[in-house]
Design a binder for this molecule. Structure first.
Ligand SMILES: O=c1ccn([C@H]2C[C@H](O)[C@@H](COP(=O)(O)OP(=O)(O)OP(=O)(O)O)O2)c(=O)[nH]1
Ligand SMILES: [Mg+2]
Length: 151
């Protein structure tokens, strides 16, 4: 079963789950659930209110919307976001997808609740032939953005 769901306890009144705007669009547009003002040179983590269910050898790749880059100089701070299957329903934030937007222009940019801020593309991936042969230790994910770092 592959698809988007609302994160529990999120107010999604009048918002829609991500959807493809046209029949042949590859990307599901993700909305912001909050108003935000992004200052020049700053990165803001924007909540989408959604999580995604994936098969174990799939990820959701998050890309910028070209129009936001061209009109408002808003791009993804991480280039491309990778949403892992085990991020879904993690203990930290239920699998909430956040979009790290950076303003590379010279004026502050407002984004409004319900605006489409990025797009997600479902993508299958391959494993190394000897993956899982016991030579390294895989942890259980507890969150995102550095949660697997060893401190
Ligand atoms: O644009 C993004 C990128 C990632 N994530 C979430 C989902 C992903 O599964 C998790 C971890 O992402 P990634 O592996 O790219 O970040 P990391 O810095 O390696 O964090 P971690 O140590 O948690 O893997 O963070 C988002 O919500 N938005
Ligand atoms: Mg990681």
């Amino acid at each position: 079963m592959r698809g988007f769901e609302w994160v529990p306890d999120i107010d999604h009144t009048n918002l829609s789950l991500p959807f493809r705007q046209t029949k042949s669009a590859a990307g599901y547009d993700l909305l912001t659930i909050e108003d935000a003002v992004i200052s020049p040179g700053k990165v803001m983590l924007i909540p989408t209110g959604v999580r995604v269910r994936l098969l174990p050898t799939e990820c959701l790749l998050i890309y910028a919307r070209s129009s936001l880059a061209v009109k408002y100089q808003l791009i993804l701070a991480n280039g491309v976001g990778v949403i892992d299957a085990d991020y879904y329903n993690n203990d930290n934030n239920f699998g909430h997808i956040f979009i790290p937007l950076v303003n590379i222009g010279e004026v502050a940019v407002h984004v409004e609740r319900g605006e489409r801020i990025a797009q997600g593309i479902f993508t299958p991936f391959l494993l190394a032939t000897d993956d899982g042969n016991g030579s390294y230790d895989q942890k259980t994910r507890s969150g995102g953005f550095g949660s697997t770092d060893r401190v």
